[in-house]
Design a protein around this ligand. Structure first.
Ligand code: AHR
Length: 342
């Protein structure tokens, strides 16, 4: 064979091999449902069950004892399971969360865990995550968005039920009194727990006209603001407050300080209802300064990671998964305090 013919033959063989290789690789990447199934091409679906995932976690902030326990629980569960964690603290600001989610999308994470500061205004960024084929898991707080294909599942508490539990306790405790004046410390404006805890509480009290919410203002879920707002309530209406309903324990603890400084006895002169069941609330109850706390369990990290892994492995998940919770009163505090994990 002439030298020129040999070269032509070699070139022909080389081109044929390249064509076969290209055909094989393209049929491989289109076989698993790709972006239609909400999975990233060449990303999470390739991980298979038990593979290492990169998980972005956009947390609300560090506003309360509850939040600190929740952050720790989720971070630990992700790393304990051998996955890589990318964490972002939004410092209670929605714009920070939107930035964090965009950065997770740019980094092509396998899943996003997202605890939204407020309920609305996240459509665009969640759509961007969906278009990138990255599944979003709502943890603790829900969003108020019609298109529920923008997230896989919501794992967290039933905040309306927490509000109902608080009100039911109060009705049981003071239902016979002629008039009960309540002041309310609300959580962060526009947040799911603030909206729902108010709704559940008011729903029960609607059947009991002797209970009146005389003042209601946000304390942004922090001790400092809880104290500040309670000081203002006391200043304008000090002798006319029978009950404080606080949307979390941290604000209640701040308010207890304000009540003591004002010269009244929290737990006696003013009944104190909190939500979360953090250690600080148990300490206050054991000291007789707080009457009741409705549990909101932040330790769902392991359950959350399990859900992410199940989804990545192709399992169908319920759209809403509730965490089981209880309610604790002053008389149980001393015994239970040593057993509290957060
Ligand atoms: O979303 C849960 C709430 O957020 C907790 O009750 C509160 O303490 C927190 O900051």
């Amino acid at each position: 064979m002439k030298k020129r013919n040999k070269l032509q033959l070699l070139l022909f063989v080389f081109m044929s091999v390249m064509l076969v290789l290209a055909a094989c690789s393209s049929s491989g990447s289109s076989g698993g449902g790709g972006s239609e199934s909400g999975q990233k091409e060449g990303g999470a679906e390739d991980k298979g069950a038990g593979g290492k995932l990169v998980i972005g976690f956009s947390q609300v902030g560090a506003e309360s004892e509850w939040r600190t326990a929740n952050t720790e629980s989720v971070k630990k569960a992700i790393t304990d399971a051998g996955h890589e964690l990318k964490f972002s603290d939004a410092q209670q600001k929605q714009e920070n969360q939107i930035k964090a989610i965009r950065s997770f999308i740019a980094q092509k994470v396998d899943a996003i865990v997202f605890s939204p500061v407020v309920e609305t205004g996240f459509e665009t960024v969640l759509k961007e995550a969906k278009d990138a084929g990255i599944p979003v898991f709502l943890a603790d707080r829900a969003v108020d968005i019609e298109d529920d294909s923008l997230w896989v599942t919501f794992l967290g508490s039933d905040f309306i039920e927490e509000g109902r539990k608080a009100a039911n306790w109060l009705v049981e405790e003071m239902g016979d009194e002629e008039e009960v004046n309540i002041v309310e410390l609300q959580g962060t404006v526009g947040s799911a727990p603030a909206i729902d805890r108010k709704e559940g509480f008011e729903e029960v009290l609607a059947d009991h006209p002797n209970f009146k919410i005389t003042k209601s203002q946000t304390g942004d879920f922090t001790r400092a603001k809880g104290k500040e707002v309670m000081e203002a309530f006391l200043k304008s209406d000090g002798d006319n407050i029978d009950v404080l309903y606080s949307h979390n324990d941290d604000m209640a603890i701040g308010a207890i300080q304000a009540i003591e400084e004002y010269g009244l006895k929290p737990g006696e002169d003013i009944k104190i209802i909190g939500v979360d069941a953090v250690k600080g609330a148990f300490e206050a109850m054991a000291a007789g300064k707080m009457n009741v706390t409705v549990e909101c369990n932040p330790l769902f990290g392991p359950q959350l990671v399990e859900l992410i892994e199940k989804h990545i492995a192709g399992e169908e998940l319920e759209k809403r998964i509730a965490v089981e919770e209880s309610i604790y009163t002053m008389d149980q505090a001393e015994e239970l305090l040593p057993t509290r994990q957060y």
